[in-house]
Design a protein around this ligand. Structure first.
Ligand code: 5GP
Ligand code: ZN
Length: 113
């Protein structure tokens, strides 16, 4: 198992979860780009957004619902926030386990904000 996010899920890299359920976990980014920067990932190893089969599109809805829930509990829902999924080399995806970035708590700008 050389996927860093699978190691986090397995508890091999001690990480505080800010949310967890049967399918999904969330934890704070190690290099936060904003006051709130949370990663939301499925427990199942899926390498990227491009690898999600249509039959599992419900999982994407669930990941987004968790992002919305966390935006509320982090107190950024009213002010606004960004949910981003980087996909593949030119999409600047660094970790090959699909993840949503929840970013907020400051004025974001541009696409990279
Ligand atoms: P990507 O560039 O793949 O969209 O985002 C990967 C994110 O994972 C980066 O923002 C990076 O800071 C974060 N990250 C990488 N390794 C770890 C880790 O071991 N722990 C945590 N909490 N975040 C990580
Ligand atoms: Zn993985």
């Amino acid at each position: 198992m050389d996927c860093i996010f699978c190691k986090i899920i397995a508890g091999a890299i001690p990480t505080k979860f800010v949310y967890q359920d049967k399918e999904v976990i969330a934890f704070r980014d190690i290099e936060p780009q904003a006051p709130v920067h949370i990663l939301i990932i499925p427990r199942e190893h899926i390498a990227s957004l491009a690898e999600v089969p249509e039959s599992k599109s419900g999982l994407l809805g669930h990941l987004v619902a968790v992002a919305n829930k966390l935006a509320k509990s982090e107190g950024i829902a009213e002010r606004g926030y960004r949910v981003a999924i980087n996909c593949g080399p030119e999409g600047t995806q660094g970790v090959p386990h699909i993840h949503l970035h929840l970013l907020g708590g400051r004025q974001l700008s541009g696409m990279l904000g």
